[in-house]
Design a protein around this ligand. Structure first.
Ligand code: AHG
Ligand code: MN
Ligand code: MN
Length: 344
């Protein structure tokens, strides 16, 4: 039997054009930029889906087996996003979790009005186990004057200035979730036609969590407020819906996506595990700010325990931050626990 049709069939491109048409003077340039990005994402999705086949195909001497198939997937993702975005004329620069320095637009190509930040492959430790991974992206309007090459000031902006952010999750199906500050929408890739089709219109985060996600193996390195908060979420109290269930994949995108749909709070606190990373593991530009933008647009919140993530002024391309992200009430409670413990 054919799959029933949704009442409205909307492609990602159509949705983006409709979103943009709400802004006066919209030229369609923004949509065109995002569609360039989507080409890279489809290539990554295809590659992720056959990741486990690389050696099998290689042994068979299949003609598709080139170097790229054995290239590490995060390098592959980095390369495809860069190559899809370097020549479109929309960007003045890029910054990636995988690159130490700002990524310039090659001098032979025109530069544009936007700056792109991305985590090409998030959750890469999960690749070999066939567990969901993702790509995170965020876009700022350039800050530096003129049309020339961009500078670090274009990417080192507070998350509050973002004009777009989202993520792609490579799971049982590939989904793209994004926001241009007018709510959050989710699209599922139909691989047979190569189109992202609207599957989750106006996503709202449930008002209260029933799940918590944290790597509790690190508890010994956490502060008192973090420990007490998680302990509280586990303490039974029927009226408050406790205990929460634990769900932790170890892929931020996948943990966040599940929590967004089902109602969950994700915590990656500051810890004393690695003296080189006192602010925890997650990066402001490529992980915390983009997801905070999506969370807020879906009615949720994100905090470092003291400040709203979107108010953080990054000082370096690879700054890290503690991250508590989820429903407003759960994030506010986290801040209260940290205040009471005198942490931070
Ligand atoms: P990445 O694969 O981009 O380096 O990010 C991994 C991150 C994130 O996806 C996840 O939430 C976190 O690492 C898990 O860290 P732990 O293994 O310390 O729990
Ligand atoms: Mn990551
Ligand atoms: Mn990564």
């Amino acid at each position: 039997m054919p799959t029933p049709m949704p009442h409205k069939l909307v492609t990602l491109q159509r949705h983006m054009l409709e979103q943009q048409s709400k802004f006066p003077y919209a030229t369609g340039e923004f949509t065109s930029m995002l569609m360039d990005f989507v080409v890279a994402v489809k290539l990554i999705s295809r590659e992720v889906n056959k990741a486990g086949l690389a050696e099998v195909l290689g042994d068979a001497g299949h003609e598709n087996v080139q170097d790229e198939l054995v290239m590490k997937l995060d390098e592959f993702a980095q390369d495809r996003i860069y190559k899809a975005m370097d020549h479109g004329g929309h960007l003045c620069c890029m910054a990636s979790e995988e690159e130490k320095d700002l990524i310039p637009i090659p001098p032979q190509f025109p530069t544009g009005r936007y700056a792109l930040m991305f985590d090409p492959l998030d959750g890469s430790s999960n690749i070999d186990a066939n567990v969901s991974i993702g790509t995170i992206f965020a876009i700022h309007r350039r800050k530096s004057p003129g049309n020339g090459p961009g500078t670090v000031e274009d990417v080192l902006q507070v998350g509050n200035n973002l004009v777009c952010a989202g993520y792609v999750i490579y799971g049982p199906s590939t989904m793209l979730v994004y926001s241009t500050a007018a709510g959050v929408a989710g699209f599922t890739l139909d691989p047979s036609i190569g189109e992202f089709c609207l599957s989750h219109e106006d996503i709202r985060m449930p008002e209260k969590a029933k799940i918590y996600s944290a790597n509790e193996g690190n508890q010994a390195f956490w502060g008192e407020g973090d420990r007490k908060y998680i302990q509280y979420l586990k303490t039974p109290d029927k009226d408050s819906g406790r205990p929460y269930s634990t769900r932790y994949i170890g892929s931020l995108v996948a943990d966040f996506h599940r929590n967004l749909l089902y109602g969950g709070v994700f915590l990656y606190p500051a810890d004393r595990k690695d003296p080189k990373k006192p602010a925890g593991k997650l990066r402001v530009l490529y992980e915390a700010a983009p997801l905070a933008f999506v969370a807020e647009q879906a009615g949720g919140a994100a905090s470092d325990g003291k400040h709203r993530i979107l108010d953080i002024q990054p000082k370096g391309l690879h700054d890290r931050t503690p991250l508590c992200i989820g429903p407003k009430a759960d994030v506010a409670l986290y801040e209260k626990f940290l205040r009471e413990a005198g942490d931070h």
